[in-house]
Design a protein around this ligand. Structure first.
Ligand SMILES: O=C(O)c1ccccc1NCC(=O)[C@H](O)[C@H](O)COP(=O)(O)O
Length: 279
């Protein structure tokens, strides 16, 4: 991987490690207990949607709007060739988000702990780890590195086999002091289409005891209600927010829809448990 090798040539792993372990801790990921949250994504380009920068005046303005709209974290693409991202975007985002106590998450195809350290050096409080791309020992190394740096991890699966791998890796980490969310990405990587139905099909195979994140294709308030109904506690929303000229308002509306739905579901469960009417 050229980017990784070039970065290593500029700064050794040891030098980077001592730099990041000297940093103050990143903002903590805070999820609303027993409710619903959104990780808002900043991506200027995507293979499926093309240019996504038309409605934004820049990374800083966009992530600030996300934080004010209530995002629990902001996912920032750092992959340059297909997503128009960079580590500079991550640094800019993290600098805006830190005083607002919202963590930035590095979204990229990470394969080496060095890249987790790069994310922390840029100010990030979290990273994406894609199960499909890595063997078990490499996933464990990335999780270990993130835990040592007090960063959260979004562990991303695409199918039942990925979820089985996630189960097995996580089963060995019960004693770790770390924050992991498990995501299911419903994008078909060959066709680039989204199949929201996969979120329902695979919910029962998500590892229990972790916040479950519905990734890709959440485009409307109805989609938000659907993912809550299925049982997801968090949604990762990118394209729809990038298309919006008022992402703060849209994010607020999506969050409100998700939280109202969660409350309605809870009241219904309580009524059923206590033998009350359920029309
Ligand atoms: O976004 C793409 O076109 C894409 C194509 C191929 C692999 C991954 C891709 N996206 C990565 C993501 O996981 C999404 O950016 C994220 O889930 C947000 O999805 P959306 O709200 O549908 O933009």
């Amino acid at each position: 991987m050229a980017r990784l090798e070039q970065a290593r040539a500029r700064e050794s792993e040891q030098a980077l490690w001592s730099r990041v372990t000297d940093l103050p801790p990143p903002p903590k990921l805070k999820l609303c207990p027993e409710s619903f949250d959104i990780i808002a994504e900043c991506k200027l380009h995507s293979p499926s949607a093309g240019d996504l920068s038309a409605n934004t005046t820049g990374v800083e303005a966009r992530v600030q709007a996300y934080a004010h709209g209530g995002a629990c974290a902001v996912s920032v693409l750092t992959e340059p060739s297909r997503f128009g991202g960079s580590l500079d975007h991550l640094s800019q985002a993290a600098a805006i988000l830190a005083p607002l106590h919202v963590p930035a998450m590095r979204k990229d195809f990470l394969v080496d702990p060095y890249q987790v350290m790069e994310a922390r050096a840029a100010g990030a409080g979290g990273v994406l780890v894609i199960v499909r791309m890595l063997d078990r020992s490499r996933i464990t190394e990335l999780l270990d590195c993130a835990a040592m740096l007090k960063m959260f991890v979004l562990l991303e699966a695409f199918d039942a086999m990925d979820l089985q791998t996630a189960h097995e890796v996580l089963a060995l980490r019960k004693a770790h002091d770390e924050r992991i969310l498990v995501g299911l990405n419903c994008r078909d990587l060959e066709k680039l289409t989204v199949e929201l139905g996969r979120l329902a099909e695979l919910i029962d195979q998500m590892p229990p005891g972790y916040a479950h994140v519905a990734e890709s294709g959440v485009t409307s308030l109805d989609d938000v209600r659907t993912v809550v109904d299925i049982g997801y506690q968090v949604a990762l929303v990118g394209t729809t927010l990038m298309h919006s000229q008022n992402p703060r308002k849209l994010l607020g509306e999506m969050l409100a829809a998700g939280r109202e739905r969660t409350m309605a579901m809870r009241s219904r469960q309580i009524r059923l448990a206590t033998g009350g009417d359920d029309e």
